[in-house]
Every structure is written in structure tokens, then in C-alpha cells.
Design a protein around this ligand. Structure first.
Ligand code: 13P
Length: 286
């Protein structure tokens, strides 16, 4: 089917008591594999692209492949631009058929973040594109965007007020998680989700999904999270499948790229299936 509206997909998940897996792909192989895996388990899926991936593949080709791959399956697929502080790339994604964008204004002052998020929302909404916004910074770099220090943190009331004033569709607050692998046990802020949803009906996104436990996900989903981002797990699965295949090729003297793609595809598909099961989205692609 054609790509779907991200906000509607996420709202449906919230009503159904599950979260949509939002998986960062890195190339056309992982993109096609993730969509095929969603079809196999009957899950809706948000295919996410970092700015780095957009620049590496080119927006036209990436968009073309995502639209074509989504049309080949009958589960809902959305195409999302992950953490993007660059307004030019945001405009390009809106113009080139992305379903949603994350305008990452967490490097701006509160006033500037408020003003620019409102501008992005106006621009995106005119094209039917959903806007996720981040004004507090979620720690850990995601494909080169962000850093390890917590530089902006606000009260729940401020976050909600800015989201409502700007027309934000999905909120990405700091929930105690971090991008990348956890070096220490995270202090999760599950109660923040409930406090946000008590005062505003704006879907809440959980970042930094790699490394959290099934119980952590259950607690966040029970609190109301309806989109969960996974990036590092897919990168690790992709690279370790390459590494294992190359070691095998060296040992056997058989150098066949397409066979390596098959191993990579299987590893990426497992990441999508495992997370969809943990998020309760399997079989929910009505
Ligand atoms: P991880 O890399 O920790 O899975 O985080 C993904 C993410 O939040 C992408 O925005």
C-alpha cells in the first residue's frame, strides 16, 4: 500500500495498547528487509532515515525505494526523517515524500526552538507531513547528531506548552534513555510519559531503544509510549553479519556478495521481528 500518515499510525497504536517499531535503516538492503520483515510478522513499521543516510543515498533514490517497497506489502509503512537540526534537509524530506520528520531543535535556546518548530510544523502540515519535535536533548549521538552532555532540560509543563503552541504532532522528551549502547544502567523516567499524557493528547516517542529490556518496554508502553526508536541494534546486526560472512568467505575461498546480502537481510529481519514482538505490534497491521 502507499506510505501512510505517521501520526495516524501512532495514534492507532496508542488506542491498541502497543507501540510502533521505528527502525533506522542504513541502506536499500536494510530498508527493503525491514519492510519485508514487517509484512512477515503483520506489524506496522516506521522506517527511519538519519541525515547521514539521506546524504549517503540521496533523497530521491531513498524516497523512491521506500515508496516502491511499501507498495509491495499490505502492512502500513511510514517513512520518517530522524534527528534533523538542518532546516534545508527537513524541507527536502517534506518535498520528497517523507511521511514525517523529527525537527531536532535541542541545540537551540528555548525561544529559538519554539519559533523554528512552529515554522517547521506549518511547512510540514501544508504537505500532510507529521512533525516529531525534540527540544530537550536526548543524550548520546545518533549518526553524528547530538552528544553525551545533557544541555537542555525543561519541566513537563513547558514541554507540553511548547508542543501545543507550535503544533507539534509527536513529542520526543528526555525519558532517561540514551542513543547507542548503555555503559551504565539507565535511570528511566517512565512516570514522565504519564504526566505528559495527563495534560496533553500528544503521542510520546521513546528514543534510545537498543539495550532496554522487554520489561522496560512494557512499562513505557503501559504508560502511553506509542513509537519506539531502534537504531544501534540494526547497525550491530548488519555489521556482525558482514563480519561473520567475510570470515566464512575467507575460510572457504567463496566470495559471493549476494550471499552476504542474504545473511545481512536475515540478521536485520530478526531485529525488526524481535522488536515488533516486544512492542506488541505483531499482527496489529489491520
Ligand atoms: P538506539 O540507537 O539506542 O537504538 O536509539 C535509536 C534512536 O533513538 C533513534 O532516534
Amino acid at each position: 500500500m502507499p506510505l501512510v500518515n505517521t501520526l495516524e499510525m501512532v495514534r492507532t497504536a496508542r488506542r491498541g495498547g502497543y507501540a510502533v517499531p521505528a527502525i533506522n535503516i542504513v541502506d536499500d538492503l536494510s530498508l527493503r528487509t525491514a519492510i519485508a520483515a514487517a509484512q512477515q510478522v503483520g506489524s506496522p513499521l516506521i522506517v527511519q532515515t538519519s541525515v547521514k543516510t539521506v546524504k549517503s543515498m540521496g533523497a530521491d533514490i531513498l524516497s523512491y525505494i521506500a515508496h516502491a517497497a511499501a507498495r509491495q506489502v499490505d502492512v502500513p509503512i511510514a517513512l520518517h526523517l530522524d534527528h534533523c537540526p538542518d532546516r534545508a534537509v527537513i524541507s527536502e524530506a517534506i518535498a520528497k515524500g517523507w511521511s514525517s520528520v523529527l525537527f531536532d531543535a535541542s541545540d537551540r535556546s528555548l525561544e529559538q526552538a519554539r519559533r523554528e518548530t512552529a515554522e517547521v510544523c506549518r511547512e510540514a502540515h501544508a504537505q500532510g507531513v507529521t512533525v516529531e519535535s525534540e527540544i530537550e536533548n536526548i543524550v548520546g549521538a545518533e549518526d553524528g547528531v547530538g552528544g553525551d552532555a545533557l544541555t537542555h532540560a525543561y519541566s513537563v509543563e513547558t514541554l507540553v506548552q511548547v508542543a501545543q503552541e507550535t503544533g507539534t504532532d509527536l513529542m520526543a522528551p528526555q525519558l532517561g534513555t540514551a542513543h547507542g549502547l548503555y555503559r551504565a544502567e539507565p535511570k528511566l523516567l517512565v512516570e514522565r510519559v504519564g504526566r505528559i499524557l495527563e495534560i496533553a493528547d500528544i503521542p510520546v516517542v521513546l528514543h534510545g531503544g537498543t539495550g532496554l529490556s522487554p520489561e522496560d518496554f512494557r512499562a513505557f508502553i503501559a504508560a502511553g509510549v506509542s513509537k519506539i526508536n531502534i537504531s544501534t541494534a540494526l547497525k550491530l546486526a548488519y555489521m556482525t553479519a558482514c563480519q561473520a560472512h567475510l570470515a566464512k568467505a575467507e575460510a572457504t575461498g567463496k566470495w559471493e556478495p549476494v550471499k552476504m546480502f542474504d545473511d545481512v537481510a536475515e540478521a536485520c529481519a530478526q531485529v525488526v521481528g524481535e522488536n515488533a514482538r516486544m512492542f506488541g505490534s505483531v499482527g496489529r497491521a489491520a
